[in-house]
Every structure is written in C-alpha cells, then in structure tokens.
Design a protein around this ligand. Structure first.
Ligand SMILES: C[S@@+](CC[C@H](N)C(=O)[O-])C[C@H]1O[C@@H](n2cnc3c(N)ncnc32)[C@H](O)[C@@H]1O
Ligand code: SF4
Length: 386
C-alpha cells in the first residue's frame, strides 16, 4: 500500500450514520472538489463487497456545509447475510481509511464466522459482551480497547460522555483466549483515560500471559496519573510505546483547554517515566487550536528533550456527531472559540516545514479527521473516537 500524504488526509471525510430499515446510511465527500460525488467501499468482515457512489442529496449535509449536499450513500444490507452477525465497514474508495463511526456490528442471530480478518475493531464496555458472543479466533490489524468509560480531565474540546461501565478482567481474558487469534497493533485507551483504572496492571498481566504477542502494544494517556503506575511493569508486559496527549508547554493555556490537568505534574511524570524507561517509544498527540498554535515549536522542543519519536499535530475539530449529546454544556461554544481560521493550520504546516524535527511530524487537518482517526494502521499512533 502506498502511504498517503497529509494533503489527502485533509480533504476527505465522511460518516456512517447507521442502519435504517435494512439500509446502511452515511455520507462521504472531498472538500477539494466539494460538489463532486466520491466513491466508498463497503466491506463485510474485512472483504470488499461493493463500491458505491455517495451522491444522494440530503438537506442536512447542505446545511452543514458539506458541498452541495449530494454526498449521501445508501446501501441495502445483503439479504444472504440476513440473520448472521458481521462487521460492516465503509472506507473511502481504494483506501484503508474508514469513515467516521465505521466499522459497525450488524447484529444477527448467527455468530461471526471463525477466522475472520478485521481491519479495525474498537472494544469498549458497551460492545464487549456482544463482541465476545460473536467473535471467534479473529485476526485483527488494529485493536483498540477502552477498559473504562471515564476520565479525570475536562478538556474543553472533548465531548465523550462518561459512565461507570467497564470491561471486566474476565471478559478481557475470554477475548484473549477465545475471540482473538492474532493482533498486529493493540492500543489501550481510545476515547477515555486508561490510567484512571486501578485494574490496569491486571490487564497488562493478562495480555502478557496470553498467546497474543502484538507487534505493537501502545497506550494513549493524558499522563496526569502516570506516577500512580509502574510503566516499567507495562513495558515488561510488552508495551512498546506511549502516546501522550499534550497540546502546550504553557501552564496557563493547559489549565484552560485541558481543564483538570496540571502541566507541572504532567512534565514531572514524563521526565520520571523517561528516566525509568529510556527504551520505550514516546509519541506526542497534539491538538492544535487557536490557543496552542503559537506554542507548537516550544512543545516540540520539550518533546525533543524527552526523545519523542513522532508528533501527531491534529487540528481541533468538532467530532460530536449529531446523535451525541456532548458531556460538557459549553462544548460547542469552545469548539467555535478555539477552532482555527481557514488556512491557519496549513500556514503552521508551512512554517514547520523548515523545522529540524519536520521528519517526525505528521499534520492532520480537521476536514480529514473523521476518516483519518479511524485509520489506525497508516496514521500509526493516531487515536480513534467512539
Ligand atoms: C479522547 S482522548 C482519550 C485518551 C486520553 N484521555 C488522552 O487524552 O490521551 C484521545 C485523543 O483525542 C484528542 N482529542 C479529543 N478531542 C479532540 C478534538 N475535538 N479535536 C482533536 N483531537 C481531540 C485528545 O487530545 C487525545 O489526544
Ligand atoms: S481528551 Fe482525553 S484527557 Fe481530555 S477529557 Fe477527553 S478523554 Fe479526558
């Protein structure tokens, strides 16, 4: 597969809205050719079923500024699969980029066939029971797991709702023993904060003593609670790298945009962790917004002092689909307030093109995020939202 550049990421997006009356419904478009329809690939259990055009008109798309509004697709669920359970995914045609909210389970009466190959699967407390019932000996390229459904921070741009639900250790063990045969990349944490969970070492232990030996075992964290964990133990259990979400080295800006986190503690944790685990990879996942864009060079300087191997600079974007009620009442106001002006992200990209660490930086502009964030394989280190 050829690696796509960030420009391609920046122009394509889409969303799988759901299944209505046996039809899969969603939209996809390319903002560089806003009035031209794009094609999407429909995959069933990881196999291409059909390529279709996203060219139907929808008023809400026009209102949302999605070109001329003619970017919706509808796909009748294949009757031969009636009653069986399968994973349906929608990708931008000819790419591995899943559109936002893809893949989804189509719930039938029969189990998913054994030995299936899934590109991306995100497990969380809501879908774990269903997944355990329906997965058997699957090969998964990118497995993301939220073991809990909560976080200790209140980042202004993060709408994810929270509950007390969690994946039980026994469920995780069943998953490792029976449901999954092989995983290439396993990511702990996705839409919530894994280090908040005191059971985290148990999950690492279970993974380490299982047959699964992921090529890459990564964890995404806000780093505020790292000091409560023995990351050396996680490394001994196979952890290959940590993805740290950090947007600024300005303590005041951090306190405003990543509410509930304290920069001083984060920096202390990162320095301590680096000393203890110099051999582990560190990746910075950075949200670029109107308050942090001016300090990106300072952030990279700090990252370089820690030996960060890669920076994912993501433009802040509104990733709350219409159906999701953001946890925080002021979410939409904040998104408006801290969104970048058109072209601002690209100007920053231009500015950084002469930076000595440029080879370590990936730029992910807002328009493409819906799809890019789902595509864990090529973005290598990016995150996926529930
Ligand atoms: C939802 S968090 C979950 C993991 C963990 N709590 C953390 O912050 O690293 C995953 C990533 O999404 C990013 N993120 C959250 N809301 C975003 C938004 N509106 N735009 C861009 N990135 C966002 C966060 O900064 C973080 O890097
Ligand atoms: S971005 Fe991460 S740290 Fe911030 S509120 Fe969301 S889950 Fe928590």
């Amino acid at each position: 597969m050829t690696k796509r550049n960030s420009l391609q990421f920046a122009v394509q997006s889409g969303c799988l809205d759901g299944v209505f009356q046996n039809q899969v419904v969603g939209w996809a478009w390319n903002s560089l050719t806003p009035d031209e329809p794009v094609d999407v690939d429909i995959y069933i259990n990881g196999e291409l079923d059909k390529t279709i055009k996203a060219d139907r008109y929808r008023e809400d798309l026009l209102e949302a500024g999605i070109g001329n509004g003619a970017h919706c697709f509808m796909y009748p669920l294949p009757p031969e699969n009636n009653g069986s359970t399968y994973l349906l995914s929608v990708r931008l045609a000819g790419t591995t980029s899943e559109i936002s909210k893809s893949p989804i389970w189509i719930n039938g009466n029969e189990k998913l066939k054994t030995k299936s190959h899934l590109t991306t699967l995100k497990l969380d407390p809501d879908n774990i029971a269903f997944s355990l019932e329906n997965l058997e000996a699957a090969t998964i390229d990118h497995l993301l797991i939220d073991i809990n459904d909560t976080c200790n921070a209140e980042c202004v741009y993060c709408p994810n709702p929270r509950t007390k639900k969690r994946i039980e250790l026994e469920q995780f063990q069943t998953l490792l023993d029976r449901c999954v045969e092989k995983v290439d990349t396993l990511q702990i944490g996705c839409g919530q904060e894994p280090t908040l969970d005191v059971r985290l070492p148990d999950f690492y232990r279970a993974l380490h003593s299982s047959k699964l030996k992921p090529r890459r075992l990564t964890m995404i964290t806000n780093a505020t609670m790292l000091h409560r964990h023995d990351v050396g133990f996680f490394r001994d259990c196979g952890l290959t790298d940590l993805q740290i979400s950090l947007d600024t080295v300005d303590p005041e800006i951090n306190a405003i945009t990543r509410r509930g986190t304290e920069l001083e503690q984060i920096v202390k944790n990162l320095r301590y962790f680096r000393e203890k685990c110099p051999d582990l990879g560190v990746i910075f996942s950075v949200v670029v917004n109107s308050m942090t864009i001016g300090g990106i060079e300072d952030l990279i300087k700090f990252g370089d002092s820690l030996g960060v191997s890669h920076y994912y600079l993501r433009e802040v974007f509104d990733h709350a689909p219409a159906s999701l009620i953001p946890r925080n009442d002021d979410y939409k106001d904040w998104i408006k307030k801290i969104s970048l002006k058109p072209g601002e992200f690209q100007q920053m990209q231009q500015r950084l093109s002469r930076h000595r660490s440029i080879k370590k930086i990936s730029f992910i502009a807002a328009e493409g995020l819906g799809s890019v964030l789902q595509d864990m394989r090529q973005a290598d280190g990016s995150v996926r939202f529930s």
